[in-house]
Design a protein around this ligand. Structure first.
Ligand code: OXD
Length: 309
């Protein structure tokens, strides 16, 4: 069995070692050293070049190196009929939830203001935060958004969640559809986006969504840059309607050096690190899918190509 590793962002050595301990007979090749294309049966990928996967006539599965698969569907010339699977991983989920909680608590506990006070040598107390009156809106209640929702609930935040179609999560007030979104936003002091990137969710954090949030609300995006309309967010920050934003993902990555987010006083940016793939954590599920695909069995976490997530 041969797997081809395709990623400019992940270290192949880690994945070779982790997968090798699960599947000692697996041949692990690293793009561009693919060898005979006919021998490649599995592709382990992050942002593969368009048209690349089509070159392997015997592919049995395309396995994402991340929770998202939008980076695969950007290729409009994918090999037809080859199953695509995403990661559902304990470490990725925990990291993403932590990032959202960090964003919420940092703003809620006014850390930037206390850091500014420290820089000014100023001993200044501010009014205590009221967690019970600081609802957090979560866009997307899948495995990761649902985990963050539960953890924020456990911290005492009222949590609201929005999904495209109806969904229930215990302890979370759930909303769905376009009207549900407007209904939810009006009461949210925080908005954290965990949505998959699809045609339906592109630009969801634009002028209308931002205007529907209460004045001073804080926005956290750890899903995809395309969910945010940058100009609308900048305008809402500059007008004071939005109190701040913590952004991990961008339309173009790396973020252009002259992008206004870099120096905006109300924006915290991180370089797409909210959830980093840990080779040893994902190896068991990747190996299981390779075994299953080799045996012609149904795969775990296979995505629906019609929905692209
Ligand atoms: C992912 C990501 O999809 O890190 O896992 O963006």
């Amino acid at each position: 069995m041969t797997v081809l590793f395709i990623s400019k962002d992940d270290d192949p050595a880690d994945h070779r070692a982790a997968l090798g301990s699960e599947l000692p007979d697996l041949e692990f090749r690293v793009w561009p050293d693919a060898g005979d294309p006919a021998e490649v049966e599995f592709a382990l990928v992050w942002k593969p070049e368009r048209g690349l996967l089509r070159q392997f006539p015997n592919l049995k599965a395309i396995i994402s190196l991340g929770a998202g698969v939008d980076h695969i569907f950007l290729d409009t010339d994918l090999p037809p009929g080859v199953p695509i699977v995403r990661l559902v991983d304990r470490s990725l989920t925990a990291q993403m939830s932590e990032y959202a909680i960090l964003g919420v608590l940092r703003h809620h506990r006014m850390l930037p203001l206390y850091e500014a006070s420290q820089r000014a040598g100023e001993w200044k107390k501010r009014p205590p935060p009221d967690t019970e009156r600081a609802p957090v809106g979560i866009l997307g209640l899948g495995v990761i958004g649902g985990d963050a929702a539960r953890k924020l609930t456990a911290l005492g935040f009222p949590v609201r969640g929005w999904t495209r179609t109806p969904r229930e999560v215990e302890g979370v007030e759930c909303f769905h559809g376009p009207e549900g979104l407007t209904a939810m936003l009006g009461s949210c002091c925080f908005l954290a986006c965990f949505l998959p990137m699809t045609d339906d969710t592109a630009g969801i954090i634009g002028a209308a969504t931002l205007a529907a949030l209460p004045r001073g609300a804080y926005v956290i995006n750890l899903a995809r840059g395309g969910h945010v309309v940058d100009q609308d967010l900048l305008a809402a920050l500059d007008s004071g309607h939005i109190g701040g934003a913590m952004l991990d993902v961008f339309h173009r990555e790396p973020l252009a050096v002259d992008h206004p987010f870099w120096s905006h006083p109300k924006v915290t940016i991180t370089p797409h690190i909210a959830g980093l793939t840990v080779a040893s954590s994902i190896a068991p599920q990747v190996a299981e899918n390779i075994r299953r695909a080799g045996a012609g069995q149904p795969l775990i976490n296979q995505v629906d190509p019609a929905q692209e997530y």
